[in-house]
Design a protein around this ligand. Structure first.
Ligand code: BYC
Length: 483
């Protein structure tokens, strides 16, 4: 049932790609499976592998009812291969091959380029699990603990998604890449993950919520661009991954919103009107808004680096080859080839930030980044509504795209969060002013104490408005005593 919506759960690897009749790939995946489980046991959530967790598992790819919820021990989670249904007579929507029927096999001349895209995408998935593996120890509630684990098992499944494509379409090389994906480690000195943000630590829950707000949103943008691909199996894989990704961003955005809500409520209760009076706010045991702003500055700027260089021939080549499109390519009304078009790009010229029109094809990373910034700004707007409703005078904002960059045009630029160029003295003070300091991190860490009673929440975060799967407030999302 290759294009079906139901998933075959009979074998070791649940799938809707008819693995039963694809013995070579099935065997390759079954051979890879034990290494994956070893990786999960070594690098997955620490300390909770035997706990019963109320997880959703994909049982179908039908948008109306693809998930079922039940208690599962994480190593027994049904990781599988799920592709969104094929679209009849789908045509390639962009690039040199626009209008041709989509490919079901990889065109020979694009093998290397496609493999690289799959490997980069695949590498981020286990990386994020590794980054988050210690967070279970300090979860502010069972609800949050369950959400962390949901995100983790689904990132694991997203690794399976890329590994399936590598194993099925790239032969021996694909199998080697699949092994390498299990071998690299986030933050490891000798075998790090491929992209910068995936080697950073996620030391506390505020960082986790920022990561899932911003970095998972990069995931959304990149997957949306790959979902347009002329290589149909990639398009279908990414379309289904996007349905799972939405929950990860929900976890992040509502997590930060709940922290803000609690902070504002505690400030009101204590009669603190000045949000910048950090000492007074910390005295009542909540996270001050300036620290939340600094975490935004950090995670947003780290995530911008994931879009690569503003001007990129790799991006132009991938678009020309009809492998990686733009965000919502199918909704755009231009010619989808961009050969004579230009796009405005912020560049660093003689130490200043100026806008230049450049060939649209080479500016595709920038364009996707712009779409990301708009999407992220809407999220910050929703956080500000929470502050506004509490009557407190403080607004959060995204920093300027030139701030704190390690990839692209602005790497060498000394810009602040407003995009102003700083002198050497101001620049030396900038990290403490705009990014979390050791003190800030120590304070946040001091709040990270586990709360494991059903229905209870740590004092620095508000409960959610609704439970997962509409469960009531006192629902036992994780049964820890089963471990
Ligand atoms: N770190 O031409 P350029 C997710 C390299 S997140 C290190 O600008 P390109 C998730 C680049 O590789 C989404 N190196 O690059 C979220 C290139 O090297 P080579 C992940 C970097 O290719 C949360 C060179 O610099 N998916 O799913 O246009 C939890 C020249 O650069 C970096 C994807 O990213 C960096 N940040 O753009 C879990 C989609 N940036 O080849 C999961 C696939 C650039 O010259 N990837 N370099 O040796 C791509 O589309 C692109 O490769 C990139 C980079 C957007 C990453």
């Amino acid at each position: 049932m290759p294009d079906g919506t139901d998933v075959d759960y009979d074998g070791l690897i649940p799938n809707n790609v008819d693995l039963n009749h694809d013995l070579v790939v099935r065997r390759a995946l079954e051979t890879w499976h034990p290494g994956y489980i070893d990786w999960w046991n070594d690098m997955g959530p620490e300390g909770f592998q035997q706990a019963l967790v109320y997880l959703r598992t994909a049982v179908s790819v039908d948008p109306k009812g693809w998930a079922k919820f039940d208690y599962v021990r994480m190593p027994e989670y049904k990781w599988g291969i799920l592709l969104a249904p094929g679209v009849d007579n789908r045509k390639i929507p962009f690039g040199r091959h626009k209008g041709e029927p989509v490919w079901q096999e990889v065109p020979g001349e694009y093998r290397a380029m496609l493999r690289r895209l799959l490997v980069i995408q695949g590498d981020t998935e286990p990386a994020s699990v590794e980054q988050q593996r210690h967070l279970g120890a300090t979860a502010p509630s069972l609800y949050d603990l369950r959400n962390l684990f949901q995100v983790n098992v689904e990132e694991g499944r997203h690794l399976w998604a890329m590994v399936y494509l590598l194993q099925k379409y790239f032969g021996t090389q694909g199998r080697e890449e699949a092994e390498e994906l299990l071998r690299r480690r986030s933050g490891h000195q000798d075998t790090p993950r491929m992209l910068g943000a995936f080697n950073e630590a996620t030391p506390d829950w505020l960082s986790f919520f920022m990561f899932t707000t911003f970095t998972d949103r990069d995931g959304k943008m990149q997957l949306a661009a790959l979902a347009q691909s002329g290589f149909d199996p990639l398009s279908r894989t990414c379309r289904f991954m996007l349905t799972e990704e939405a929950h990860h961003m929900f976890v992040g955005e509502t997590g930060v919103a709940r922290i803000i809500e609690r902070t504002c409520a505690a400030m009101r209760a204590a009669g603190i009107a000045d949000a910048t009076n950090v000492g007074a706010v910390r005295d009542v045991g909540v996270i001050d808004l300036p620290t939340i702003q600094k975490k935004i500055n950090l995670h947003f700027s780290l995530t911008l680096d994931l879009f690569g260089n503003e001007i990129s021939t790799n991006a132009a080549n991938a678009f020309n080859a009809s492998l990686k499109g733009r965000f919502r390519e199918d909704k755009l009304t231009d010619d989808h080839e961009l050969l004579g078009d230009t796009y405005p790009v912020l560049r660093c010229v003689n130490g200043a930030i100026i806008e230049q029109q450049v060939p649209a094809l080479s500016a595709l990373n920038m364009r996707l980044r712009d779409d990301f910034v708009d999407d992220a700004a809407a999220g910050v707007g929703r956080w500000n509504k929470v502050i506004e409703r509490s009557g407190i005078e403080f607004r959060l904002a995204l920093p300027h795209v030139a701030f704190n960059r390690r990839i692209g045009e602005f790497t060498a630029l000394k810009a602040d969060t407003e995009g102003r160029i700083l002198g050497d003295d101001e620049w030396a003070r900038a990290p403490d002013k705009y990014l979390p300091t050791t003190d800030d991190n120590l304070y946040v860490t001091s709040l990270m104490r586990p709360v494991r009673e059903t229905g209870a929440f740590a004092g620095w975060i508000a409960p959610p408005k609704v439970g997962i799967d509409n469960k009531p407030g006192n629902f036992e999302y994780v049964k820890i005593e089963e471990s």
